[in-house]
Design a protein around this ligand. Structure first.
Ligand code: GDP
Length: 592
């Protein structure tokens, strides 16, 4: 009989420890937990996951089941073939340039500003090169570099986050002063805040006649961005992308904000990074622009990029020039991959091309088997289970309503929900339909969308279904609040108490079948029922807990045995009885 993890050197409930891998089959999990596969499938169903015995589940899901059973769960560090170590000791770290994303309302001048920045501040060594759009570029001001991602917008930013790539250090929020703060400005603010990325405001189009900067600053203050000159801590720089005015001031402000972040990386190790954009070039084959995050990337490096692999044949910078190295926060376009990866994929230098290929192939296989790893969306119904498993410390909500006027009363009620172990955070509010941007934000921030008198767009609905994002619809505030309360307090989960039904003492041990051992018992209290759960107690410690396999008197199977009677007992998964052990039988009863 397989010895269960639960019985290996374990003692009472709560002290049992288990290490689980990043992915495993349901069957494997059942073996590790020492329970049947069917039991695991049932538990998964209770947590809203449908999986067959041979299907794979991820660590997060398995951890919920294991912690429900009283295990202390840790994730087993998985040694992937590509792991070429990069030491991150303080002494090895060097300052690195900040990576910046430009956001803001449509037509406020994001693209124009990115162009103006690039034209006025090309890196000295690149001057004269032909500007290439590779998805990111670097500029230099007073000898210090800044990397800009040149796909503007909070959607692109959050889409990368949803894929697990957190590349942006600072967000530049462009607000056209003739138009002021608009819905997408507010969205951008919420997206940046949800990612804890500091914001520098660029007040654009100051060349327009009759502009009133104070009006815009007032609007910004109303949305929580109080400018420095009014005593707040939002850095705000007036610019004109059209006339290329204020650009240097803006860059300097970005550097000041970035300085506080103390951005550092070790350049002297094997590189790792993230894909900014990728595609197939007619002559050069698969090409990918990557942003190096750690280490230095060089031609000849074998690498794994998402599900693709290869060796860097050549690298080009944003001026189209061949380069021999790319240090942290540097974007380069690389040639030599087996296929085109996807934006947001990670890049890691491998020990050899063979290792790189093996890892890439393993990832392809895992995807085909539908193992979803990086981000596991949150369902309102699982929140409580996640709190208990120590995986959730906050519940992020995105609140969309039909009319602006409903937002405040609902926000007030939600903020009054008392939750001891979890913080309920409203990361974004807005009126109108639930959009794809909302779904992305929920995915990236592990949030749940609340729709009050509103519905999703067709695209958002599809995306939510495909990604497993939870959208909840309500018409009555009371129901909405009640659901959130239930989720954070676990009221939906029935609570069980153990009711002891009887005790017996082990008097003898004998063989039962090939491997099993039976205990000869004397029932000392209550009664033993065939259907009960059972604990084996030795010297006051619970050494095993499972169910009864057989209960006999003489040669007959019996349903129950009363006090003062002898009987034989076989316990599931346990054979190491010793005379003097106490057998306690109990049932689980629903309470509350
Ligand atoms: P995006 O949608 O935010 O990327 O905005 P664009 O960069 O495409 O700019 C929208 C429009 O505003 C274009 O017609 C630009 O020429 C214009 N624009 C951008 N910046 C300025 C500026 O500083 N001053 C003026 N007057 N117009 C600008």
């Amino acid at each position: 009989m397989a010895k269960s993890a639960a019985s290996q050197g374990s003692s009472s409930k709560g002290e049992r420890k288990i290490e689980l891998p990043a992915t495993m089959t349901v069957k494997h999990l059942a073996e590790m937990l020492g329970i049947s596969g069917v039991e695991v499938i049932k538990q998964l169903m209770q947590n809203g996951v449908m999986a067959g015995i041979n299907q794979s589940i991820d660590y997060d899901t398995a951890a919920i089941i294991a912690s429900d059973m009283g295990f202390e769960v840790t994730e087993k560090a998985e040694a992937e073939a590509e792991a070429v170590a990069c030491e991150e000791d303080e002494g090895d770290l060097q300052p690195r340039p900040p990576v910046v994303t430009v956001m803001g309302h449509i037509d406020h001048g994001k693209t124009k500003l990115l162009d103006a920045i690039r034209q006025t501040n090309v890196v000295a060594s690149e001057a004269g090169g032909i500007t290439q759009h590779i998805g990111a570029y670097q500029v230099e001001t007073h000898g210090r570099k800044i990397t800009f991602l040149d796909t503007p917008g909070h959607e692109a930013f959050t889409a990368m986050r949803a894929r697990g790539a957190k590349v942006t250090d600072v967000a530049v929020l462009v607000v056209a002063v003739d138009d002021g703060v608009m819905p997408q400005t507010l969205e951008a603010v919420d997206h940046a805040k949800a990612a804890s990325v500091p914001i520098v405001v660029a007040l654009n189009k100051i060349d327009k006649p009759g502009v009133n900067l104070d009006r815009v600053k007032q609007q910004l203050a109303e949305s929580g961005l109080v400018v420095e000159e009014w005593g707040g801590n939002t850095v705000c720089v007036p610019v004109s992308a059209k006339q290329k005015k204020g650009i240097t001031d803006l860059l300097e402000s970005i550097l000041v904000v970035a300085e506080m972040l103390e951005l550092k990386a070790n350049p002297d190790c094997a590189a790792s990074g993230v894909v900014i954009e990728a595609g197939l070039d007619k002559t050069k084959g698969p090409m990918a622009t990557v942003l190096v995050e750690r280490g230095t990337l060089r031609p000849g490096d074998p690498l794994v990029v998402g599900e693709t692999w290869g060796k860097v044949k050549a690298m080009f910078n944003d001026a189209g020039k061949r380069v021999k190295k790319a240090e942290p926060a540097t974007p380069v376009k690389i040639m030599g991959l087996s296929g085109a990866p996807q934006a947001g994929d990670t890049l890691v230098v491998a020990a050899s091309e063979r290792d790189a290929r093996m890892t890439a192939e393993k990832r392809q296989l895992e995807r085909q088997q539908k193992i979803v790893r990086p981000v596991r969306p949150v369902k309102l119904d699982d929140v409580y289970a996640q709190i208990r498993a120590g995986q959730a410390k906050e519940l992020n909500l995105i609140l969309k309503t039909d009319v602006q006027g409903s937002i405040e009363p609902i926000r007030d009620s939600i903020e009054r929900v008392e939750a001891d172990e979890i913080k309920v955070r409203i990361i974004h509010t807005g009126s109108g339909n639930i959009t794809e941007g909302d779904v992305l934000l929920a995915l990236a921030s592990k949030g749940v969308i609340i729709g009050f008198h509103t519905t999703p767009t067709v695209g958002a609905q599809r995306m939510a279904e495909a990604e497993g994002v939870d959208i909840r619809f309500y018409d009555i505030i009371y129901n909405l609040i009640e659901d959130i309360e239930r989720a954070v307090k676990g009221l939906k989960e029935p609570k069980y108490a153990e009711v002891t039904e009887g005790r017996a003492e082990v008097r003898a041990v004998f063989s039962a079948g090939k491997k099993d051992k039976a205990a000869g018992l004397m029932v000392t209290e209550g009664k033993l029922r065939r259907d009960s759960m059972v604990k084996v107690i030795r010297k006051g410690q619970v050494i095993h807990q499972s169910k009864i396999v057989s209960l006999r008197r003489f040669k007959d199977d019996v349903k129950e045995v009363a006090t003062g009677t002898e009987c034989g007992l076989v316990v599931d998964g346990f054979a190491a009885f010793e005379p003097g052990d106490i057998i306690e039988v109990y049932r689980r009863e629903k309470v509350g």
